[in-house]
Design a protein around this ligand. Sequence first.
Ligand code: GDP
Ligand code: IMO
Ligand code: MG
Length: 426
Amino acid sequence: MNINSKAVFGLQWGDEGKGAIVDYLAENADLVVRFQGGHNAGHTLIINGEKTVLHLIPSGILRDKTKCLISSGVVVSLPELFKELNQVLEKKPNAENRLFISKNCPIILSTHRALDLARERRKGSKAIGTTGRGIGPCYEDKIARRAIKISDIFDEKILMEKLQEVMEFHNFQLTDFYREDARSIEEELEEIFGYRERLANLSIDTQSFLMECVKNDDSILFEGAQGTMLDIDLGTYPFVTSSNTTIAGLLTSTGLNSSYIKDVIGVVKAYTTRVGSGPFPTELFDEVGKVLATKGAEVGATTGRPRRCGWLDLVSLKAAIVASGITEICLTKIDVLDNIGSIKLCVSYELDGKPITFPPSHASELLACKPIYETLEGWNESTYGQTNYNKLPDNARAYINYIEKFLGIPIKMISTGPERDAIISI
Ligand code: GDP
Ligand code: IMO
Ligand code: MG
């Protein structure tokens, strides 16, 4: 058996450019697997000038032959899945034959979304700033062992029983606590049951499906969603998402053990962004922050919210690297730093007057951390679309080398533009 797999993780607060990297690497992949999160993700692919944003379907779907699997740790909204699949089918007519989905995926209901939105509204200024897609409430039901899974939807009687149990509970919270309208259980049943035939052709058992691929020596690419600092356990709780965004989430979702994962790629944006609330030590509120937001087109791919921007935070990257066992880094959006003057990198924090070199685990402590910067000289040339490492400006290479040395992990890919091929492989 020849293990031929790569796992791709975002090492910041999401939107590092994972989708574009997975699409690029998928040229040589037989299978791409999405393993956590849901349609809170927004993965942008630009191919020959045409933009596609994927939320649930793995970023291998725009290749011709690559199979795509949504494994059991992903929470799935069926209307959103089929809306996205229908859009993809216009570009890739064979997409439905290449898509597979675990029978074990929990289903996001209309009440999950309603609860997500109602809670955020009630929290007011203390809101997490979720994507409002029902992700958190659906994961809660999974852990509480009352979630409806894909395998439950093929029998109308079983589905109705389960919907009644869970939606009565949701409706009670919605009406009696949040003073919102209840949702109709019958309408939910009708909508979900309507997808059963299409789903019957797509749904599989994750572990045996993957073992078959491994037996065939398939090349497998695992696609992370969100970022390590949004991890439910490791991230800036409670300003996090509700899944494990690290290799831990990959393993529980697929039923594979770590010996099946060969290369572990950490995707790092050349600066930092964050959507939603929560601590962000290197956030910029000045002109440079605005320049990064404008040049980087930093607008949420799922919700359209502006992304907060700041300098690269090397301290928090240390924790992210350990969490997933990163073996190589892909540095994205280096072109956004062109012509920016001097560039800062956060190399340690100061907390209560003392320097610290590893991020604290508690959000309130991180909030109190002051970033300590190293300043490097910028470059006044364009790196946009560059595919040759030796043609990068000296100062851009110095920036890349500094990061590599500081983190002790090789940078093997650099992305210089949003297009599929704007990538330097080293
Ligand atoms: P993901 O969630 O990690 O897949 O990232 P998003 O798609 O949410 O956000 C990344 C954004 O940056 C998208 O608009 C991409 O088209 C864009 N992008 C990706 N790589 C590059 C790059 O190297 N340079 C520039 N300028 N844009 C990039
Ligand atoms: P990709 O895969 C950036 C953020 C939300 C919010 C928090 C919780 O495109 O990198 P949730 O709806 O998950 O309960 O929201 O997590 N968030 C993301 N931020 N990129 C994402 O995905 C995100 N998915 C969730 O903004 O702060
Ligand atoms: Mg995104």
